[in-house]
Design a protein around this ligand. Structure first.
Ligand code: ADP
Length: 234
């Protein structure tokens, strides 16, 4: 397998209610590779398996069959602790319904992955979190509670937090899905900017064709299978 890939899936299968008469296979052998620094849109109708696939790539769920390599590391046979470590260091998550802690400030939210990593706050963590907030244009908002910020601002905080441990891959599940057009454009532009300047690969689930066209590649999932891209962006 090529060293230039941040993500490689081979023959990934997933069924729900395994072993019951109602067993249904949701992913029917997915092959997928993302190069380092690549920005891909993942599109497909509702129910096609996008969330299931993202959960498996994010090491939040395990496939029934197939191989997954994240940042060159084969995940087969890793313990829960090893999966948690790999997830924490190799993958940043940005979801539609951000999972910021609303009672915490923007700064505290961005510090969180580093606090969990180091076990305590120190000046370096505060400085890095401030730098990340500055990166997403929200340094003046560092002391505002996340719950009091707009949807677009919260998504920017989530992006800053996702970058805290400098992962080579960001998984984004409809990051602009609940934003107005202007905020959605801003959040997408920020992700594109981070991708270009830091080489962070992005896999972004979206239903927004205009944004998908601005990605390096569109991956289409239909009925649990990747189909050849219908359109070639650019
Ligand atoms: P998408 O994100 O593309 O809308 P999902 O991955 O959410 O698709 O769902 C794909 C299929 O898997 C759907 O038919 C859904 O009902 C089913 N599914 C998803 N999660 C579960 C689950 N935990 N248990 C049973 N079926 C599930």
């Amino acid at each position: 397998m090529a060293a230039g890939h941040v993500l490689e899936l081979e023959g990934v299968r997933k069924s729900y209610a395994v072993g019951t008469p109602a067993q249904t296979e949701v992913l029917h052998g997915v092959d997928l590779a993302l190069r380092r620094g690549e920005f891909c849109a993942l599109m497909g109708p509702s129910g096609s398996g996008k969330s299931t696939l993202l959960n498996i790539i994010g090491l939040l769920d395990r496939p029934d069959a197939g191989r997954i390599r994240i940042d060159g590391q084969d995940t087969a046979g890793l313990s829960e602790a090893q999966l948690t470590h790999l997830r924490g260091h190799a993958i940043g998550f940005v979801f539609q319904y951000h999972y910021l802690i609303s009672a915490f400030t923007a700064l505290e939210n961005v510090m969180m992955p580093m606090l969990l990593e180091r076990g305590r706050a120190d000046a370096a963590i505060v400085e890095r979190a401030r730098g990340l907030l500055d990166r997403v244009g929200l340094l003046p908002w560092q002391d505002h509670r996340a719950g009091n910020m707009s949807g677009g601002q919260q998504q920017r905080v989530a992006i800053a937090r996702a970058l805290a441990l400098q992962p080579p891959l960001i998984l984004a599940d409809e990051p602009t899905g609940n934003l107005d057009t202007k905020s959605a454009d801003g959040v997408f532009a920020l992700m594109r900017d981070v991708n270009a300047s830091q080489g962070t690969a992005v896999l972004m689930v979206t239903h927004n064709h205009a944004l998908a066209e601005r990605c390096d590649r569109i991956i289409q999932l239909v009925d649990g299978r990747i189909v050849a891209p219908a359109t070639s962006p650019g």
